[in-house]
Design a protein around this ligand. Structure first.
Ligand code: SF4
Length: 226
């Protein structure tokens, strides 16, 4: 596998936010979201066998939460799927962060998939693979990263049209972060003001989760490997 980094930190997103977690970050992505904060994953990384990855995960923590992220992890599906099955068999709780563009039907059912639906402001709107709606389970989470009101309305309408609130564990509406954030650990680095987003969610009566990337409030937003 081509791996960027494996490290231990606090989960910053999803309904697992705040919980200690081991992150396995895979290299490469086939999308180019304008607000991407992981461009350092697009090239490079080091070759590791799945056994080496599993050993490193076990060394960092013998149990608990593991997130597979990227880049786009499903680009390495052939090795990743059997590795996820082995990590599940060892008793880990597994999260998979994915762009929603790759096919997800072969992901083991016990994995908590956190699936993006790219909004127009990402520059990668229309990339969501609609057949992935069939692969969702009640433990999964759908995430919309929002840069502005247009993105919010897209996410609201998509959520309603596909009845996502009743299909998955969480529907997450998360403000995009500025591409070049300041060192401030506050919402001044959000492209979309979380207060405006909160008011829109309440006005529209949505049963969604307002997601803040809490690692960007704990550490300086540009810090990598946290
Ligand atoms: S899918 Fe994720 S890693 Fe790929 S460009 Fe978009 S935000 Fe970056």
């Amino acid at each position: 596998m081509q791996i960027i980094e494996i490290y231990r930190s606090i989960q910053g997103e999803s309904s697992f936010a705040g919980i200690p977690c081991t992150f396995v970050r895979l290299a490469a992505c086939n999308l180019r979201c304008v607000w991407c904060d992981s461009e350092y994953t697009f090239t490079g990384g080091k070759k590791m066998s799945t056994e080496q990855v599993e050993e490193e995960v076990a060394r960092l923590a013998p149990a608990g939460l593991v997130e597979i992220t990227g880049g786009e992890p499903m680009l390495q599906e052939r090795e990743l799927v059997p590795m996820m099955e082995r990590l599940l068999a060892r008793g880990y709780t597994l999260l998979l962060e994915t762009s929603g563009e790759r096919e997800l039907e072969r992901v083991p059912q016990a994995v908590h998939k956190i699936v993006d639906v790219k909004c127009p402001g990402s520059g990668e709107g229309e990339t969501f693979r609609i057949s992935n709606l069939q692969a969702l389970t009640p433990r999964d989470e759908i995430k919309f990263v929002l840069a502005d009101r247009t993105d919010y309305e897209f996410a609201r309408d998509f959520t309603r049209q596909h009845e996502l609130e009743s299909k998955v564990h969480s529907v997450i509406f998360s403000p995009a972060f500025l591409k070049n954030p300041s060192a401030q650990r506050d919402s001044s680095n959000c492209q979309l003001d979380p207060r405006a987003l909160a008011e829109w969610i309440l006005q529209d009566g949505l049963n969604v989760r307002l997601g803040l990337q809490i690692h960007k409030f704990i550490w300086e937003p540009a810090t990598k490997g946290v």
